[in-house]
Write a protein that binds this ligand. Structure first.
Ligand SMILES: Cc1ncc(COP(=O)(O)OP(=O)(O)O)c(N)n1
Ligand SMILES: Cc1ncsc1CCOP(=O)(O)O
Ligand SMILES: [Mg+2]
Length: 212
């Protein structure tokens, strides 16, 4: 498989049953190139997050795919995740970094804001995330980002940028061309009519086509 400059960043559905989801994750990761998986469970207990980490983290890590936990730096450290993703309403970047340590990945949501991204990048974030680029039903997204933001960021900064929000195999080309380092995707992978493996293959092909 050809290594591409822009890579897939899979985000789990907001609610899942680990035993039922494990084969879907395996199918997705065995289908093609995926850089990382974010476990994003909303409105569930710490114990449910722990159980999901224990079931899903090895599937990613055994395949050389980074496993990142959304929102919970303490649980990320405790359960052996590779890192944590924090938003503007979550634990601050500085606190998350103190909790997970210097070797772990810390990513930060920056919505459509150059200012937030520069702040996070200067503070030491491993990536900044922009979005939502397209309408999405996965989250009530209050911010709308444009591909030009990715172009500006990637031309000026070394810190990788992640694009998120309503991204599909059909609409991702302009984000790849604008310089997104990662495409973070929920619905277009887990709800794909032909399954998550077919979805990953289609994303890999769309990314390769956009990179020319
Ligand atoms: C890669 C990536 N980008 C953005 C988000 C959104 O984070 P946040 O704003 O904290 O919202 P929730 O996901 O916690 O609802 C993300 N999770 N991952
Ligand atoms: C977590 C998150 N943050 C901004 S949009 C979004 C949801 C992305 O999901 P989808 O790929 O299904 O639009
Ligand atoms: Mg959050």
């Amino acid at each position: 498989m050809t290594e591409t400059a822009c890579r897939l960043y899979l985000v789990t559905p907001p609610a899942l049953e680990p035993a039922a989801f494990a084969p879907k994750l395996t199918e997705a990761l065995d289908a093609g190139d995926v850089a990382c998986v974010q476990l994003r469970l909303k409105d569930c207990s710490d114990d449910a997050v722990r159980r999901a980490c224990d079931a899903l983290r090895p599937i990613a890590q055994e395949r050389g795919v980074a496993f990142i936990l959304n929102d919970h730096p303490e649980l990320a450290r405790e359960t052996g995740c590779d890192g944590v993703h924090v938003g503007q309403q979550d634990t601050s970047y500085a606190q998350a970094r103190r909790i997970v340590g210097n070797d772990a990945i810390v990513g930060v949501t920056c919505h459509d804001s150059r200012h937030l991204a520069m702040e996070a990048g200067e503070a030491g974030a491993d990536y900044v995330a922009f979005g939502a680029f397209f309408p999405t039903t996965t989250k009530d997204a209050a911010f709308k980002a444009e591909p030009e933001l990715l172009r500006w960021w990637s031309e000026l900064m070394e810190v990788p940028c992640v694009a998120i929000g309503g991204i599909t195999q059909e609409n991702c080309g302009p984000l790849v061309s604008a310089g997104a380092d990662f495409l973070a995707v929920v619905g277009a992978v887990w709800n794909h009519p032909d399954g998550p493996g077919a979805a990953v293959r289609a994303f890999n092909a769309a990314i390769a086509a956009a990179e020319g």
